[in-house]
Write a protein that binds this ligand. Structure first.
Ligand code: ADP
Ligand code: MG
Length: 267
């Protein structure tokens, strides 16, 4: 079905938070005695404004994401031909952002230099380009930020910000150990994210198998079920091989249904 010029203008206006209907726009053009050509030109003006607004949203998302703006890591600049394994297609399909809508978390696990951070940033960038709120943070920075926020009485602000992002990327789990209070706060964030509406995905990178992650968090009882929630229906890409400068690279993906099973199996 082809959209009329008035319907297109209505859609552009809606995107710009202006409520005017196709009917009202048609009446306005009629009252102004506008020719078809003039109506067409007006539509082009609306479309240009819509593009501008879209660009502004993307730029804001990129700025707030903390992803590198210069030399960004993208799916386009990732050399998939270096990867082998039955699940490479699954990895490539991440660019569709389907895990975000299926509310599946993602973990990239593997040795240094293999492309884990690149892939997580590529996913984050694609989210920003779709106007989706994204936040990238290294686990060590997150730990420091939580500690600082606790001291400065700014914890709820930090936590709310981390919950708000539809895509939250936590890089290098296992680089530091969260103390008891920071662990509790971290899992509170995980918990509250699980229950939120709309597109939602957490991405983790680590060179440690998820089965050993409990070492990096200081809590025993509630930890396993919190990790369970992270990996519930998650996509876990176990990558192995040499670093980017190396030659051989194999890639395996495991899709988990139940995490406790996955955690036990990988211990
Ligand atoms: P990791 O996080 O696994 O330690 P990175 O993602 O930081 O590794 O990758 C190290 C460097 O190599 C980065 O500059 C990254 O862009 C690049 N790199 C790694 N794998 C690839 C790849 N398959 N194609 C393109 N660049 C890659
Ligand atoms: Mg990395």
């Amino acid at each position: 079905m082809i959209e009329t010029a008035f319907e297109e203008m209505e859609r552009c206006c809606k995107f710009m938070n202006l409520s005017i209907t196709a009917e009202e726009l048609a009446q306005l053009c009629e009252a102004l005695n506008m020719s078809d050509r003039e109506t067409g030109n007006l539509k082009e003006v609306f479309k240009a404004l819509e593009r501008k607004k879209n660009e502004a949203i993307i730029n804001t998302c990129l700025k707030l994401s903390r992803l590198p703006l210069k030399e960004p890591k993208t799916f386009e600049t990732f050399d998939f031909s270096r990867l082998h394994g039955k699940d490479v297609e699954k990895l490539k399909s991440l660019s569709s952002l389907s895990p975000l809508y299926e509310k599946k978390n993602i973990a990239f696990i593997g040795p240094q230099g293999i492309g884990k951070t690149h892939l997580s940033m590529a996913f984050g960038r694609a989210c920003c380009e779709a106007g989706i709120k994204t936040y990238f943070i290294k686990a060590t920075e997150l730990d420091q930020k939580i500690t600082a926020a606790r001291r400065n009485d700014r914890l709820s602000r930090l936590v709310n910000g981390l919950i708000k992002s539809s895509c939250l990327i936590i890089d290098e789990i296992g680089r530091c150990t969260f103390d008891t209070e920071n662990t509790r706060i971290f899992f509170d964030i995980v918990d509250r994210r699980v229950n939120k509406d709309g597109p939602n995905c957490m991405i983790f990178t680590s060179n440690k198998s998820p089965g050993t992650w409990e070492k990096y968090f200081n809590e025993s009882d509630s930890l396993l079920c919190a990790l369970d929630r992270i990996f519930d229906e998650a996509l876990v890409f176990m990558m192995k091989g040499e670093s980017y400068r190396g030659r051989k690279l194999e890639m395996f993906a495991i899709e988990t249904q139940s995490t406790s099973r996955f955690l036990k199996n990988t211990k």
